[in-house]
Design a protein around this ligand. Structure first.
Ligand SMILES: Cc1cc2nc3c(=O)[nH]c(=O)nc-3n(C[C@H](O)[C@H](O)[C@H](O)COP(=O)(O)OP(=O)(O)OC[C@H]3O[C@@H](n4cnc5c(N)ncnc54)[C@H](O)[C@@H]3O)c2cc1C
Length: 504
């Protein structure tokens, strides 16, 4: 029986702060190797797969979950509108509410990380970890015959615009194409990282899990980590540890470091935080893939076909993805995906969409603390579409045009009505800027890089500059976002840092 904490222990060999996607991977690998591990998660631990405390929406893999959200948004970044930045606050983290689509990206992404001065991170070195992630998360790929009529129509029409049909999306050498998605869905259930990595170890004495445990700060003495300060069930407690691994995610991990006094010295002093290590890059380099949603009217034909499919069974909102390249690019830099959810119209009926996202954004933003209080939400600005030459907005517009071209194929015209948004007469760049959204893949706030990089926060082993024994292992350390959705890449980061901690 995995031990669920009523009171926190006073010490552990390793504290893993954040039980989301990468956190369970790190905790599991270290516990399997015999380390004494305490996993602290700010949200609840609803138990193993099958425990009735799991909310139904976090299990149902046909659509995104909404329970236990951190409630982050864009604040005052976009006058007159707030963009929500969903993040799950529960064991399993974003793997417990996400789209369950597993993509790997392209070889160039990871070779690019290695070329920045991060040994051990090339595509060839990571490939076995991707394969292991697929196996442990029970990833499988839809066949064309399993697609809903809406998804199938896009899959069949995409070759007309030069996107060949592929068996799956996860060949690291493939440049463009369309494929059914690979998913971590088991019997209709989103098989989150807690189920995949923690459930098999729930009987171990050397893995303890505490839910409702918000890590406030990392404690440091003479440049070495000594433990963490935790808010657990309303009480502030200290847990001593020789090693602390931050797995709070792209928003959570830099926030813990900043509250600990690790970050840009001037900004820390302005908030009255004592400076422990002046590391200017903490919170910097925040970026995500900008996203645009198109909407069409439906037709009697598509409504009828989808109703029939729904009556027969499994009709997820999303099943197909395209990898496309904007002009001049040799490797795909766009994801294009058809989407037909039932929650956007307000009457329970489906609406008809496709999304476009630029996978290799040039724009960069920043995460800052608004207060030293552990529950205060940080200020989050991804800097969407701010690159000086306007490449990101131009490429996003190209993605929209490719989707329009597919929607204009005769087979698609029989299913879709008129384009509602952006609408054929819209000023496209202006529309994209006014309606910019995120693709939920923020990275980069604790950038991994060599000592020669003044913006690097952690080295290739995930160790924080100036704080021996304190590591980061989650999407925050990615120097640049891969051409991928970031669930499996987060798992691979967890695997890679766990290996480094074990000396491999
Ligand atoms: C709505 C949505 C849909 C998505 N769909 C997909 C998809 O289909 N496919 C895909 O590949 N990717 C998808 N993603 C992205 C992907 O899920 C994330 O990039 C990935 O799961 C992030 O992993 P992580 O370990 O870095 O962070 P997280 O999974 O966010 O884990 C961080 C954990 O740390 C906890 N935490 C934070 N701060 C503290 C603290 N101070 N103390 C203790 N605990 C703390 C959090 O509660 C959380 O559990 C989606 C994301 C969202 C939001």
């Amino acid at each position: 029986m995995l031990r669920r904490m009523q009171d926190l222990p006073r010490e552990a060999e390793v504290v893993v702060a954040g039980g989301g996607t990468a956190g369970p991977v790190v905790a599991a690998r270290l516990a399997e190797a015999g380390r004494d591990v305490l996993l602290l998660e700010a949200g609840p631990d609803p138990g193993p797969l099958g425990d009735p405390r799991w909310p139904a929406d976090l299990l149902d893999a046909t659509r995104l979950g909404t329970s236990y959200d951190w409630g982050y948004d864009s604040g005052d970044t976009y006058p007159g509108r707030r963009v929500r930045f969903e993040r799950a606050r529960v064991l399993g983290g974003c793997s417990a509410h996400n789209g369950a689509v597993q993509t790997w990206g392209h070889r160039a992404d990871y070779d690019g990380w290695a070329a920045l001065g991060n040994p051990g991170w090339s595509a060839d070195e990571l490939a076995p970890l991707f394969a292991r992630a697929d196996e442990q998360q029970r990833v499988w790929t839809y066949t064309p015959g399993e697609l809903t009529p809406y998804q199938r129509a896009w899959y069949d029409a995409a070759p007309a615009v030069g996107l060949p049909q592929l068996r799956h999306l996860n060949d690291l050498d493939e440049t463009v194409g369309v494929a059914p998605e690979s998913v971590n869905i088991v019997d209709g259930i989103r098989f989150n990282a807690a189920f995949a990595y923690l459930d098999p170890l729930r009987s171990r004495e050397n893995l303890r899990i505490a839910g409702d445990a918000l890590v406030d700060r990392v404690l440091v003495a003479r440049g070495r980590v000594t433990g963490v300060a935790v808010v657990h069930r309303g009480q502030v407690t200290t847990v001593h540890a020789q090693t602390v691994v931050l797995c709070g995610g792209t928003y959570g991990s830099p926030a813990i470091l900043l509250r600990s006094g690790v970050g840009p010295a001037d900004a820390l002093r302005r908030l009255g935080i004592d400076v422990v290590a002046d590391v200017p890059g903490v919170g910097d380099n925040l970026h995500d893939q900008p996203f645009a949603l198109l909407t069409w009217e439906g037709s009697e034909a598509i409504e009828r076909e989808m109703d029939a499919a729904q009556a027969a069974g499994w009709t997820p909102d999303e099943q197909v993805m395209m990898k496309a390249a904007t002009g001049g690019e040799a490797i795909f830099d766009l994801h294009l995906l058809p989407y037909s959810p039932t929650h956007l119209r307000g009457d329970g009926r489906r609406s008809w969409h496709a999304g476009a996202s630029v996978l290799t954004p040039l724009s960069r933003g920043r995460l800052e603390l608004t207060s030293r209080a552990p529950e205060a939400p940080p200020r989050i600005d991804h800097g969407f579409l701010t690159d000086p030459e306007g490449r990101d907005v131009a490429r996003l517009a190209e993605g929209v045009e490719i989707l329009r071209e597919i929607a204009a194929q005769p087979s698609m015209r029989a299913l879709l009505g008129r384009e509602i948004t952006p609408g054929p007469d819209a000023d496209l760049p202006a529309h994209l800027r006014a309606n910019i959204d995120n693709y939920w893949h923020p990275v980069g706030t604790c950038k991994m890089g060599p000592a020669s990089d003044p913006d690097a926060v952690v080295d290739h082993r995930g160790e924080v500059r100036g704080v021996a024994g304190c590591h980061v292992a989650d999407c925050a350390i990615m120097p640049s976002v891969p051409r991928a959705t970031t669930h499996t890449p987060a798992v691979v980061v967890g695997e890679r840092i766990a290996r480094a901690l074990l000396g491999a």
